[in-house]
Design a protein around this ligand. Structure first.
Ligand SMILES: *Cc1c(COP(=O)(O)O)cnc(C)c1O
Length: 236
């Protein structure tokens, strides 16, 4: 099943790149493996996936532990809300934290990164559709946030991330993806030290093709690769 799903997702990514006049290499597919067993991750690895996304610190740390011998070849992305007291567990284990949305959280990342003598790549999460159920900075706050985070020596701001609204028709999210790309360009043009703005993490199973057409450089696909998640079984 995973092989077939990956094949279809890959095809759709290629077609979306073609429609947008973009190169396939410009888009990284992140397989979102949250709630799914390590065996499924191993299967995806077999078919060439190297980038995995998780949204919970404990689950991420456990999975990295199980896959330790493959660690060198894998890239883990933290895509979910991060609490400050958990930063220390993952700061040197992930290749990117997609969900940074407060100066206080950035401060904590800076502190832990400095202790470990590393530089951490982060994205600013933006609540681009202004949904009150979602995490993320408001569009108007993003510039100020990034200018301040840029002062932290052990953090590099790579770009922006958003979780678009859940919609039946992905075309409805096009306007939000376009907004995020424009915001990214605005900030990039300021040429701030430690701020590269070369990453746009947007698009999930329901809307990644539209996101690619609008400039996504990372798409986060879970259900489309691993199937539906069953949260009811997770308690055991
Ligand atoms: C779960 C999740 C995804 C993947 O969602 P699907 O709709 O299953 O592709 C992407 N991004 C974030 C932040 C998520 O939490």
């Amino acid at each position: 099943m995973i092989q077939e799903n990956l094949f279809q997702v890959e095809q759709k990514i290629e077609e979306a790149c073609k429609r947008a006049g973009r190169k396939r290499e410009e888009v990284t597919l992140i397989a979102v493996s949250k709630t799914k067993p390590v065996s499924m991750i191993e299967e995806a690895i077999q078919y060439g996936i190297k980038d995995f996304g998780e949204n919970k610190v404990q689950e991420l740390v456990e999975k990295i532990g199980y896959l330790e011998e493959k660690e060198e070849t894998l890239r883990w992305h933290l895509i979910g809300h991060l609490q400050r007291n958990k930063v220390k567990y993952i700061v040197d284990k992930v290749c990117m934290i997609h969900s940074v949305d407060s100066i206080r959280l950035a401060e904590q990342i800076q502190e832990e990164a400095k202790k470990k003598h590393i530089i951490v790549d982060i994205l600013a999460e933006v609540n681009i559709a202004k949904e009150n159920t979602k995490f993320g900075l408001q569009e108007e706050e993003v510039s100020f946030f990034i200018e301040n985070v840029a002062k932290f020596d052990n953090i590099r701001v790579r770009g922006l991330m958003t979780v678009a609204p859940f919609v039946e028709n992905p075309e409805k999210n096009r306007v939000f993806f376009e907004k995020l790309r424009k915001l990214n360009i605005d900030i990039k043009s300021k040429n701030i030290d430690n701020v590269t703005m070369d990453v746009l993490s947007m698009g999930m199973t329901g809307d990644y093709e539209v996101a690619i057409e609008e400039g996504a450089t990372m798409v986060r696909v879970g259900t489309g690769i691993f199937g539906y998640r069953n949260y009811a079984n997770l308690e055991s």
